[in-house]
Ligand binder design. Structure first.
Ligand SMILES: [Zn+2]
Ligand SMILES: [Zn+2]
Ligand SMILES: [Zn+2]
Length: 143
Protein backbone atom coordinates (compact mmCIF):
# COMPACT_ATOMS: atom_id res chain seq x y z
CA UNK A 1 0.00 0.00 0.00
CA UNK A 2 1.45 3.31 -1.01
CA UNK A 3 1.79 5.99 1.62
CA UNK A 4 0.64 8.79 -0.69
CA UNK A 5 -2.78 7.30 -1.27
CA UNK A 6 -3.30 6.50 2.41
CA UNK A 7 -2.52 10.07 3.43
CA UNK A 8 -4.67 11.48 0.67
CA UNK A 9 -7.67 9.40 1.70
CA UNK A 10 -7.20 10.47 5.31
CA UNK A 11 -7.02 14.11 4.31
CA UNK A 12 -10.43 13.78 2.74
CA UNK A 13 -11.91 11.85 5.65
CA UNK A 14 -12.28 8.71 3.62
CA UNK A 15 -11.97 5.30 5.09
CA UNK A 16 -9.07 3.40 3.54
CA UNK A 17 -10.11 0.48 1.49
CA UNK A 18 -7.93 -1.47 -0.89
CA UNK A 19 -10.21 -0.55 -3.77
CA UNK A 20 -10.05 3.17 -3.02
CA UNK A 21 -6.29 3.04 -2.72
CA UNK A 22 -5.96 1.13 -5.93
CA UNK A 23 -8.13 3.51 -7.92
CA UNK A 24 -6.39 6.52 -6.44
CA UNK A 25 -3.07 4.95 -7.34
CA UNK A 26 -4.17 4.78 -10.97
CA UNK A 27 -4.86 8.52 -10.96
CA UNK A 28 -1.53 9.31 -9.31
CA UNK A 29 0.27 7.14 -11.83
CA UNK A 30 -1.23 8.82 -14.86
CA UNK A 31 -1.52 12.49 -14.10
CA UNK A 32 -4.19 13.04 -16.74
CA UNK A 33 -7.92 12.56 -17.04
CA UNK A 34 -9.21 8.99 -17.04
CA UNK A 35 -12.52 7.55 -18.09
CA UNK A 36 -14.34 4.79 -16.30
CA UNK A 37 -13.13 2.39 -18.97
CA UNK A 38 -9.53 3.54 -18.56
CA UNK A 39 -9.67 2.80 -14.87
CA UNK A 40 -11.30 -0.55 -15.46
CA UNK A 41 -8.49 -1.46 -17.81
CA UNK A 42 -5.87 -0.46 -15.26
CA UNK A 43 -7.25 -2.35 -12.30
CA UNK A 44 -8.05 -5.43 -14.32
CA UNK A 45 -10.36 -7.88 -12.65
CA UNK A 46 -9.52 -6.87 -9.11
CA UNK A 47 -12.36 -4.34 -8.80
CA UNK A 48 -15.80 -4.70 -10.32
CA UNK A 49 -17.53 -1.99 -12.33
CA UNK A 50 -20.04 -1.05 -9.67
CA UNK A 51 -17.32 -0.51 -7.09
CA UNK A 52 -15.36 1.65 -9.51
CA UNK A 53 -18.49 3.66 -10.21
CA UNK A 54 -19.26 4.13 -6.51
CA UNK A 55 -15.67 4.98 -5.68
CA UNK A 56 -15.53 7.65 -8.38
CA UNK A 57 -18.76 9.12 -7.10
CA UNK A 58 -17.37 9.26 -3.58
CA UNK A 59 -14.15 10.85 -4.78
CA UNK A 60 -16.18 13.37 -6.75
CA UNK A 61 -18.35 14.29 -3.78
CA UNK A 62 -15.35 14.64 -1.50
CA UNK A 63 -13.41 16.94 -3.79
CA UNK A 64 -10.72 14.43 -4.63
CA UNK A 65 -11.44 14.30 -8.35
CA UNK A 66 -13.38 16.48 -10.76
CA UNK A 67 -15.20 15.81 -13.97
CA UNK A 68 -13.57 16.48 -17.27
CA UNK A 69 -15.80 16.60 -20.31
CA UNK A 70 -14.18 15.12 -23.35
CA UNK A 71 -15.09 15.84 -26.94
CA UNK A 72 -15.85 12.15 -27.39
CA UNK A 73 -18.76 12.65 -25.02
CA UNK A 74 -17.30 10.42 -22.36
CA UNK A 75 -16.96 11.79 -18.88
CA UNK A 76 -13.45 11.58 -17.58
CA UNK A 77 -12.11 12.25 -14.12
CA UNK A 78 -8.96 13.98 -13.01
CA UNK A 79 -7.36 14.47 -9.62
CA UNK A 80 -8.10 17.78 -7.97
CA UNK A 81 -5.21 19.76 -6.70
CA UNK A 82 -5.05 20.90 -3.09
CA UNK A 83 -7.58 23.64 -3.61
CA UNK A 84 -10.67 21.46 -3.45
CA UNK A 85 -12.56 20.52 -0.34
CA UNK A 86 -15.54 18.38 0.46
CA UNK A 87 -17.85 21.34 0.16
CA UNK A 88 -16.32 23.23 -2.71
CA UNK A 89 -14.56 22.43 -5.92
CA UNK A 90 -12.27 25.25 -6.92
CA UNK A 91 -10.97 25.02 -10.38
CA UNK A 92 -11.51 27.08 -13.42
CA UNK A 93 -8.66 25.73 -15.43
CA UNK A 94 -8.35 24.65 -19.02
CA UNK A 95 -8.56 21.03 -20.08
CA UNK A 96 -6.55 20.09 -23.11
CA UNK A 97 -7.29 17.20 -25.40
CA UNK A 98 -4.53 16.07 -27.72
CA UNK A 99 -5.67 14.85 -31.12
CA UNK A 100 -2.57 12.71 -31.54
CA UNK A 101 -2.37 10.74 -28.31
CA UNK A 102 -6.00 11.30 -27.22
CA UNK A 103 -4.86 12.26 -23.76
CA UNK A 104 -6.89 14.87 -21.93
CA UNK A 105 -5.02 16.70 -19.21
CA UNK A 106 -5.60 19.50 -16.74
CA UNK A 107 -3.71 22.67 -17.49
CA UNK A 108 -3.84 23.92 -13.93
CA UNK A 109 -1.65 26.89 -14.73
CA UNK A 110 -4.04 28.19 -17.37
CA UNK A 111 -6.79 29.83 -15.41
CA UNK A 112 -10.01 30.89 -17.06
CA UNK A 113 -10.96 34.53 -16.73
CA UNK A 114 -13.91 35.22 -14.54
CA UNK A 115 -17.03 34.91 -16.61
CA UNK A 116 -19.91 37.18 -15.76
CA UNK A 117 -23.23 35.56 -16.36
CA UNK A 118 -26.38 37.48 -17.16
CA UNK A 119 -28.66 38.11 -14.24
CA UNK A 120 -30.69 35.15 -13.16
CA UNK A 121 -28.05 32.60 -14.20
CA UNK A 122 -26.13 30.70 -11.58
CA UNK A 123 -22.99 28.76 -12.32
CA UNK A 124 -22.73 25.25 -10.92
CA UNK A 125 -19.70 24.08 -12.82
CA UNK A 126 -17.82 25.02 -15.92
CA UNK A 127 -15.82 23.09 -18.43
CA UNK A 128 -13.41 24.48 -20.91
CA UNK A 129 -11.94 22.00 -23.36
CA UNK A 130 -9.23 22.98 -25.76
CA UNK A 131 -8.27 20.64 -28.56
CA UNK A 132 -4.84 20.54 -30.12
CA UNK A 133 -1.45 18.89 -29.94
CA UNK A 134 0.16 18.36 -26.56
CA UNK A 135 3.69 19.16 -25.54
CA UNK A 136 4.90 15.60 -25.82
CA UNK A 137 3.41 14.99 -29.24
CA UNK A 138 4.66 18.25 -30.67
CA UNK A 139 8.19 17.29 -29.65
CA UNK A 140 8.01 13.77 -31.02
CA UNK A 141 10.02 13.22 -34.18
CA UNK A 142 7.98 12.54 -37.32
CA UNK A 143 7.78 8.88 -38.03
ZN1 LIG B 1 -12.12 19.73 -7.50
ZN1 LIG C 1 -0.36 14.19 -27.33
ZN1 LIG D 1 -8.98 19.54 -14.49
Amino acid sequence: MAIATTVLLQDFNLRNTNQREEILEVFLDHNHALSHADIEKQVGNSIDRVTIYRTLKTFLNKGLVHKVLDDAGAVKYALCKNTCTTSEHQHDHVHFKCVKCSVTSCLESVVLPKINLPEGYEKLESNFLMIGICEQCSQAPLS
